[in-house]
Every structure is written in C-alpha cells, then in structure tokens.
Ligand binder design. Structure first.
Ligand code: PLP
Length: 419
C-alpha cells in the first residue's frame, strides 16, 4: 500500500530542525532575492516531500474511482483511501474508522454538523448554541445560518484581556435550552489554547454535545477524541502538512447515526427508486459523490509524517520558538501582542503603534518574510480587542530561531523607515 511504501523512516525520528527542513522542498525558495522565511503556518502549512510523492504515486500508480470498481486500480485506490481513513482514526484515537468523515476542510465539517443538526431532531426554535468570542468565522457563520433557519439563538462566551475564555460566564450560559457547544481548541488569531476537556465536561453535565474546532490543533499537539470525550472534532488537511481540499469530521457513532445525510448523490445510498431512497451506513452516508481521493491519501501520509516524531519534541521546540519570539518582539518599542493567554500555541498576533498591519506585511514580504495580516477571519475577536487587524506570525516544527531574528530585524527596519 502507498503509505507503507513511501514511509521508510524509523518510527520516531530524532528532532533536528535542519533535517526536518530538508523534507520541505519549498523552503529552498528565494522570495524577492531572499531565502523564504515562512511564518504564515496558521493559514496553511507546507508539504513534506513524502506527501508530494504520495500524491504523485497515487496519480502514477493507482488513479481510479473508488468503491465502485472491481478492477485492479479501483481496488488499489479504494484500499489507499480507506487506509488513510484508518490512519486518521488511529491518529485521533477514534473508536472506529466509520466515525471519520472526509470533507473539504474544517469549514465544511462545521457546516455539515450545523446543517444536519437543524433538521428537526436536535436544534429548533428557542434553543441555544454556545460559541466563544475567539472563534474563526467558520465556527460562527454556519451556526448563525442555522439559528436564522430554525429560530435558535447564538450565545457567546466572553474572553478576558489576555484572550482567555471566562469560564464562569460559560457556566452562566449553559442551561436546559443549550443544545450545542462549539468551541475552538487553539485560537488562530490569539494563539490561546482553551481548556477543552473542562469545557466538554461542563457541557456534558447538561447532556449537551460539544464540537471542537481543531483546525489549529493537530499540527501542534496530540488529540485523543476518546479521552476528550468530545462529540465532534474537525480539522483541515492543509494545516497539518497535508493537501488542500481535504479535512476531517470526527463524530461519535451515536450522533452520526442519528443525523440525516448532508448531501445526496452517488456512494451514499443503498437503494434508489423514484419512490424511495435508502441511505448507506457510516461513513458513506456523509460522503456523497466522488470524494477527494488523492487528498485523503495525502492527508494519511501527512499524519504518518507528524507521527514519525515524538509529539513532545514538537511541543517543546515550538514552545521555545514562541518564548523566544515573544521576548524579541516585546523588546520593540510600540509593539503590542494581542493574545497573552497563559496557555498559548506558537501563534503571535501583534500591532505596532502608528504602522498599519498591511504595511508591515507588505514590507516584510520584500525581505522574503511571509506573515499574515488582517482580521484572520475572526472579526468579533478583533472587535473585542479594539483593533481592525493585526499582523500574525505563526510557527511550526520547521521554523528556526534565525527566522525569528529575521522577523525582528525586519520589523526594526520597518519602524525606522516609517518613523
Ligand atoms: N477554524 C480555525 C481555528 C481556523 O484557523 C481555520 C482556518 O484558518 C478554520 C477553522 C477554517 O479552516 P478551513 O479554511 O481549512 O476550512
């Protein structure tokens, strides 16, 4: 099978950033005559050569449609795709691979849950859905659309000045009308790591299901959905070193079985007649039409890649990067970090007095440094901190201390120029 063929490295690799960088061919690029310094990992991550090779291998050795063919290639493609599902299941420790639904990304996963939960059984008029003030738009808008459709209400957990959830306020929002809690694990705009186990436990006391938006989780830490006891968990492939256009919805079997299909079409049915259609079981019920086969396979390989390291090595290294970058950036006069939670992932949002974040991003680009600027699809979070935009640097396992120095020196140059 593909993934076994292309992973020949030992089970747990020694963490050596110089060796890791060799796995990512794009990191050799020169941008504006300077070596690429890529600090926009919260938006998307680069792909290691084994993921690139994996997708090439699929197209050169296995390309066929899945599930429906009896010929060799169709069997091979089906096996690789289903093997990828198994890899996801193992990676997040789901009970069964039928609890793993392949979707386009975190956004589609949340839309799927929001749309199907509003189909009569779970969420209706007068019911309440809890999100927080640090959500990505992907975890706000689908719920708002649902509220609009069925007459439910969106309730928002406020955050303090450090960008931490105020849990006492969460407690006040939970009541018998609450039908769903949908919370981000790691905020893409603030870097805050939320105490999701605690949040899930408190919701379960009211028998309320919890969806965890893990779009910024899997690249930074380990997930065990059974230990968390979350009811849904979503993430995107492209943020965890995998391809774009593929993502995962994990759901407990008990919920997924009760939800109606999201879309209709081929592959999700058992029988179809003009009088009646019967639906297939999990996971096919939620995967209408030809899926992103190569994306699923690439994601499976990406998870094997992350899994080739001890996750504690990754966490330790990224924590050092975060501490180093925080100290360096705070030494710049007029720079303020937005999001100073005690528990933080390697994401730093900042503003500099008198310089618009767009100017920061544009000028850094001329030095070959890629950061993100804007509202980071979290406009309510920006509003909470009284800013319209921030500059954001985000680090993963292939970033270096030298790159942080380049960011720091670039910012000093910009400050001087704009003075
Ligand atoms: N949730 C969070 C916290 C994110 O950071 C993002 C993307 O930045 C999303 C959801 C949406 O992910 P995607 O655009 O891959 O569907």
């Amino acid at each position: 099978m593909l993934s076994e063929k292309i992973i020949q490295k030992p089970a747990k690799r020694k963490f050596d950033v110089n060796e890791i960088r060799k796995d990512f061919p794009i990191l050799n690029l020169q941008i504006n005559g300077k070596p690429l310094c890529y600090l926009d990992n919260a938006a998307t991550t680069h792909k290691p050569d084994i993921v690139i090779e994996g997708t090439k291998h699929y197209y050169t050795h296995e390309n066929a449609n899945i599930h429906r063919g009896l010929h060799f290639l169709s069997e091979a493609a089906t096996q690789s795709y289903e093997n990828a599902r198994l890899k996801v299941k193992e990676y997040i420790n789901a009970m069964s691979s039928s609890e793993i639904i392949f979707v386009r990304g975190a956004t589609e996963a949340i839309n799927l849950v929001a749309a199907t939960m509003g189909n009569g059984k779970f969420i209706g008029e007068g019911d309440e859905i809890i999100v927080s003030n640090m959500e990505h738009h992907a975890n706000i808008v689908p719920w708002q659309m649902l509220c609009e459709r069925v007459g439910a209400k969106l309730k928002v957990i406020p955050i303090n000045d450090n960008g931490e959830l105020i849990l006492e306020e969460y407690d006040k929002l939970l009541n018998e009308k609450t039908k769903m809690v949908s919370i981000v694990h790691i905020s893409n705009s603030l870097g805050t790591i939320n105490p999701i186990k605690e949040i899930i436990d408190r919701a379960h006391k009211f028998n309320v299901p919890v969806l965890i938006d893990g779009a910024q989780t899997v690249q930074h830490s380990r997930v065990d959905v059974q230990d968390l006891d979350c009811d849904f968990f979503v993430f995107s492939g492209h943020k965890v070193f995998g391809p774009t256009g593929i993502g995962v919805l994990y759901g407990k079997t008990s919920y997924l079985n009760q939800l109606p299909p999201y879309q209709g079409g081929g592959d999700m049915i058992r029988t179809v007649s003009f009088d009646q259609t019967t639906f297939d079981g999990l996971p096919n019920k939620f995967e209408a039409g030809t899926p992103n086969i190569v994306g699923g396979i690439g994601l499976g390989v990406a998870l094997l890649y992350i899994n080739s390291f001890d996750i504690n090595d990754i966490i330790e290294y990224e924590t050092k990067l975060l501490e180093y970058a925080t100290e360096k950036l705070l030494s710049i006069n007029g720079l303020k970090i937005i999001g100073t939670a005690k528990e933080k992932a390697s994401v730093i949002s900042f503003v500099i007095d008198g310089i618009h974040s767009y100017d920061i991003g544009t000028m850094l680009d001329t030095y070959g440094i890629a950061i993100r600027t804007g509202h980071h699809c979290s406009q309510p979070t920006m509003k909470r901190f009284g800013v319209s935009a921030t500059a954001r640097a985000s680090f993963v396992l292939y970033n270096t201390f030298e790159e942080i120095d380049r960011l720091y020196n670039g910012l000093l140059k910009i400050k001087k120029m704009m003075a």
